[in-house]
Write a protein that binds this ligand. Structure first.
Ligand SMILES: Cc1cc2nc3c(=O)[nH]c(=O)nc-3n(C[C@H](O)[C@H](O)[C@H](O)COP(=O)(O)O)c2cc1C
Length: 192
């Protein structure tokens, strides 16, 4: 029997552990199609998703990250350091059956850009919940390189801001829930 929305929301976990078993592209497409029913405040949905499924696509992303880290360091990385960064990111980006780069249009207007990032975050949560519903786990990552405009250029995503890099894998082990604050710690009546 399928789970109701409360169960999916409360049972979903971020899944770090990668299972390399392939996942049918049709399953990913179905999740993406449904996720677009996220709310948005503009005439055009602001989000874009780059799907990385082949090794070549994923390695291209890893190279963009390595180059970004070199720029951040301000001097050429040693061969050893390059390989180290590559290896770390291969585990996170190449190993999962899918890595999604979720971006949003950025036009340079504070209110519109805020709304675009908010709407795209809603899309990402829809992706996480829809994936969970069909037994898939997502990890939403926001590393420093997402703020490097040269990374988006290198990936052919000019004019966009990365909101999340999502790894998608099957779920083998469900981690314990991260405890949440008691509601009375973060909810108050305005008059209090
Ligand atoms: C905006 C955002 C950015 C995140 N970035 C990272 C990240 O860079 N690396 C990571 O391991 N997890 C990241 N996460 C996942 C959180 O660590 C995770 O959601 C949190 O620990 C709660 O666990 P849960 O998702 O299993 O409930 C991010 C989550 C959000 C919402």
């Amino acid at each position: 029997m399928s789970k109701n929305i409360s169960e999916v929301i409360m049972e979903r976990r971020s899944i770090k552990q990668v299972d390399e078993t392939p996942i049918e592209r049709a399953v990913i497409n179905d999740i993406l199609e449904k996720s677009a029913f996220a709310p948005f405040h503009s005439k055009i949905e602001p989000w874009h998703v780059a799907v990385l499924s082949t090794e070549a696509e994923k390695r291209r992303f890893v190279e963009a990250i390595v180059n970004s880290m070199e720029r951040m360091q301000g001097e050429p990385l040693t061969h050893e350091r390059r390989e180290q960064i590559r290896a770390g990111n291969e585990r996170k980006i190449v190993a999962p059956p899918y890595t999604l780069i979720v971006t949003t249009d950025i036009i340079g207007s504070g209110k519109k850009d805020f709304e675009a990032i908010a709407a795209t975050s809603a899309l990402i949560q829809n992706i996480q919940l829809l994936a969970w519903e069909v037994g898939l786990g997502v990890l939403w990552r926001t590393n420093n390189f997402i703020f490097d405009p040269d990374v988006v250029t290198e990936l052919g995503l000019d004019g966009q801001q990365i909101v999340g890099c999502l790894q998608i894998t099957r779920v083998n082990e469900i981690p314990d829930a991260k405890p949440r604050r008691a509601m009375n710690e973060w909810v108050k009546n305005l008059g209090e």
